[in-house]
Design a protein around this ligand. Structure first.
Ligand code: HEM
Ligand code: HEM
Length: 244
């Protein structure tokens, strides 16, 4: 007791707390992700989870159901969930593109990478070294970090466009010649060769997306704990806070 109490009657812990509270006032936060970006992020993530699970089951179907074929609709529901989530993904991406046009500058980061800027490559290299446990501290970034931008543009945005184009091309086979899906994406199947080729590439896209999601969620949680700024809460509240 005596060695942790000062002559003012305050414990060392009280003094440390007071210092921390004073320092907390100087911690700055920056509003980064506006509400439409955040809402889109979580709706889009849910759509992709549904697409991945149902897509897997379309490619590797469950055993045949007993009884009359007309008495159950299991594959029908699985395909319906896939197509409904596919529409959510499509409409969501169109809305997200609109927000890139009218939102703040962070809303545009997903759609391009400053590959021609020397500073970008330097920051990217710094981030690679941090992830490789070579450098002891990461840089500080308000928007996406430079490595995240690379992953989000190539691993998410371009991949998602690919999944939409191949998905709607397959969908056009069901909605038939002359449907809007056929008029917009009918050229895709002949381009790949035939229907099974598009199925195979669309299926490979699933695994590319699974790789992106695993790396993305790992990096988001790891950066939140190990990095110098808030990460997961930033995609919830929109605010980036800095720890030092
Ligand atoms: C299917 C699952 C997911 C997909 C496809 C996905 C995709 C994305 C994309 C495309 C962005 C860029 C957002 C933009 O610039 O508009 C992003 C950002 C972000 N995501 Fe996800 N996400 C998924 C799940 C998650 C989960 C589960 C978490 C939380 C643990 C998470 C945390 C974040 C965070 C924190 C950011 C912002 C990163 C930063 O501040 O630089 N995501 N995500
Ligand atoms: C991240 C996005 C997506 C993933 C991971 C995904 C995954 C899959 C997978 C794994 C298959 C099975 C392919 C096979 O082995 O034959 C499939 C089939 C299919 N997907 Fe997707 N998909 C996505 C987006 C979409 C979109 C946006 C649409 C458009 C509505 C779509 C429409 C279809 C169609 C029509 C089939 C074929 C169904 C059948 O033959 O019964 N997909 N998807």
């Amino acid at each position: 007791m005596s060695d942790t109490t000062t002559h003012h009657g305050l414990s060392r812990d009280d003094i440390t707390d007071a210092g921390e509270v004073a320092a907390a006032r100087s911690i700055k936060s920056v509003y980064v992700y506006e509400a439409p970006v955040r809402a889109w992020h979580w709706v889009n993530a849910a759509a992709i989870v549904v697409l991945a699970l149902t897509g897997y089951l379309i490619g590797s179907p469950l055993p045949t159901q007993p009884g009359e074929a007309s008495a159950n609709f299991l594959m029908g529901y699985i395909r319906f969930a896939h197509f409904a989530a596919g529409y959510v993904l499509a409409v969501g991406l169109i809305g997200r593109l609109y927000w890139a046009a009218v939102g703040n500058h962070h809303a545009r980061e997903l759609f391009w990478v400053p590959l021609l800027q020397r500073a970008y490559w330097a920051e990217l290299w710094g981030m690679v070294k941090w992830y490789a446990f070579v450098s002891p501290r990461p840089g500080r970034f308000v928007g996406h970090n430079p490595l995240a931008r690379l992953a989000m543009f190539f691993g998410f945005f371009l991949l998602t466009v690919f999944m939409l184009v191949t998905g709607f091309a397959l969908y056009a086979e069901g909605s038939q010649a002359g449907s809007w899906q056929d008029r917009l994406f009918g050229w895709v199947i002949p381009l790949f060769g035939q229907s099974q080729d598009v199925h195979t590439w669309h299926h490979l896209g699933l695994w590319a997306m699974v790789v992106f999601v695993i790396l993305h969620v790992y990096a988001a949680i790891r950066e939140d704990i190990m990095g110098r700024s808030s990460v997961v809460s930033t995609m919830i509240s929109g605010h980036r806070t800095f720890k030092d």
